[in-house]
Each structure stands twice: as structure tokens, then as C-alpha cells.
Write a protein that binds this ligand. Sequence first.
Ligand SMILES: Cc1ncc(COP(=O)(O)O)c(C=O)c1O
Length: 396
Amino acid sequence: MGVEKFAKKEVAALMSGRGSSTRVSLGAIEGLINLGAGDPDFNQPEFINKAVYDAMKAGKTHYSFTGEPDFKEAVAEYYKKYGVTVDPKTQVLVTSGGSQAIFQAFAGILNPEDELLVMDPAYTGYNAPIAYFGAKMTRARQTKDKTGIFRPDFSNIENAITDKTKAILFCTPDNPTGTVWKKKELEKLAEIAVKKDLVIISDEIYTEFVWKGKHETIIDLPGMWERTLVLMSFSKTFAWTGCRAGYIIAGPQMMKVMNSVPVGICSMPVPFQKAAVKALQDGWDFVDEMRAAYKRRIEYMAPRLNEIEGITCAYPEGAFYLFPDISALGVPSMKFAMDFFQKEKVRCAPGAGYGSAAEGHIRFALVKPVETLEEVCTRLERYVKNLPPQAPPTVP
Ligand SMILES: Cc1ncc(COP(=O)(O)O)c(C=O)c1O
């Protein structure tokens, strides 16, 4: 005990924090349905597993200082899908998953006291790394459109920019809100970034899961190559959460910044890089299967949630989360999630963790089959029915 004194001051501050509620392992609890973390329930196809083994057998077990060239080439080939040409030698950096891509991006650009502007709501995984670098997270509140989906609010974004703002980070398709940024929204953000001379961090790890509209990337808009970092991960695309594969795409100059972060060596194991090449070449039927399953889950669960009095659930445009609005039930999201877990053994994420605009919401990761989601809805109906009646609003 007392080891806090040894810790870097930002780490010491983080030691007393709670971290992300969905990433805490609970161990085995009978009857638990865990829709907390976004860990896909699909296992990768056998040919990808075999590719890992084949690579090891072939002796692909040595240093790979800056990542395997064939993996970077496969990434560049894949990203052409978004109308973008990337030089694999100078514009792709291999990371061990999206979390490390976030950390490395922040490590490359954030000085203590810099401000990083994120949306509200936003994925919680940005919070601790920003704090670690002694930077400050600021927020731009998003507002809901008539379908109930959160959308960027550009006057809130502009108002939140100060002299200390270094970068704006956004996520499309978004976790937790399900928003897919439209081309004109990306153009507006790009204009602001150029005008204010800011870096843009574009978290695009859910690109393969779009239900409405299409995924567009900001990096190819005028003036953006020299100021954009695209963060990508195999965790969701190929259900590789345990295999740790990711990458950053940036212009050659920005990539020099990223490459100068002293991580020592590319941290994605070489056999997995070799298997990742196979996944990018032949893994698309598997992605189609997952996509179809997520779509079925959304189509089942969103309407069913809307049938529960006090809950409204927007149909996500992308990613595989539902982010229902429970504000009419009058229970703070943290209490709701904890009580629902204790009484009905279903784990979901409280909105409060994603920012103040997300209070009054909970997030379900649709990482279980429809039959299990049926059971979740039954338990939720029962839980909501048994909520104590709300006190009438006090008249001032
Ligand atoms: C928006 C977003 N970015 C980044 C990550 C981290 O990705 P990884 O699991 O590959 O570390 C996640 C994970 O859930 C995420 O939802």
C-alpha cells in the first residue's frame, strides 16, 4: 500500500478512478446476460486460426519492427473501399487494436494542458488516456434529430473550441449513439479544423456495420490529409477482440509524428499480422454473416424496447448498440443499470459514463443471439413494470 507515491501523478489520479464499467470482469454469475461490453459473440473462422498457426510453423516469429509490409499493403487495399488511396509504406501504422491506436494518437499530439474536444455522448475509452497525458477533455454536446439519433451540433463544437484546443475526436459509426456522420457533417467539421488549424482524430472502427447511409471518411476532404488520424481495429470488423489488431491511417507527414512515438516496436504479433492479411482477403463472408446477425438483432430489439412504456429507442444508423432513452422513467442511468443488473441479472452500460448528454440512456451491446435478446426484453419489461411509481414533479 502507499504505492501511489511511486506513480506518475496522472496515473495516481487514475488509480482512484473507476475505469469503464463494462470492462470490469464479473466472473461467472448464473443466469447473467452480459450486454455490457461490445465483445462480439462470434468466433473467427477456422481458416484464420489456421493462418496464425501456419505463420508460426513457417517461422514468422521474429522481430517485425514497424509491422509486416504485406499486412500494411492489405490494409491500404482494403481502405480503397472508401475511395481513398493510401501508401502502405508511409501511411499505415500497425497497432495492437483500437485502444492502442487511441493511446498512440494521443501520445503523438497531446501536451499537458492541451484540450481535446470530444463529442457528448462519446465512447468512454478516450477519457483515461487523455488524462494520462495531462491533457483536458472538453465536450461538444450533440443534439437529437427527429429520429432520436444524436447528431453533431456545430455551434456547440465551435463554442467549445478554445486557444488550447489541439484536436477534435469523433467516431463514425458511433459507439454508443449509432450515428453515422453524413458527408455534409464531415465537410463542416473539416472546414472548422482547417479554419482553426486543429488535428482531427476519426475513430472508424465500426465502418463495416452501417445500417443507414454509408460510411464516409473525413481524411480525403480538402486540407485533411495533413491533420487527420484515422483509427481502425479488427476487434469489431473480424470479431478479433482477443487477437489485438488495429492500425492508424494518416498522411505521410502526420505519420512521421505517429512513428516518432517511442513504443519500441510494433506490438501486434507477426503470426496475427499474417492471419490478418488472410482475413482482409477472404474474411468477408464471415463479416456478412455477422452483419446479417446484428441487423436481425437490431430489428428485433429496437421495436420491442419501444413497446415498453417510458422507453424510446432510436434505430441506430451504424454499429451494434442500442442506446434507448429511459429518461421518462425518472431513474438515473447508473442506478437503473445497477438495479437492473441486481434484480434481473442483465448487464448494460449506464449512459452517464458517456457524457452528460447521455444521462437518461442505457446502452445494450447486441452481442447475443435474438433468443437471448428476447429474454433480456422480457426481464426489462418486468423490471420496468415493478419500478416504484415516480414522485410527481415538484411545483416551485
Ligand atoms: C469507439 C471505439 N473505439 C475504440 C475501441 C477500442 O477498440 P479495441 O477493442 O480494438 O481496443 C472501442 C471498443 O469498444 C470502441 O467502441
